[in-house]
Write a protein of this length. Sequence first.
Length: 59
Amino acid sequence: MRSWVLIWARDIEIARRPDLASRLQRARGKLEDDDPATAKEALRELTIVLDEAMKAVRG
């Protein structure tokens, strides 16, 4: 239950911050790019966004 609450809070944090939300959407849009370097960079950006939001939630 605790991990679900953290994930929920992380997603709320992303939703309330337009900068994170747009970065997340851009990264998700490039995850399945034909260019492996672009997909890898998108995965890196996605990880950074999720980590940033989780850090904000945890304080």
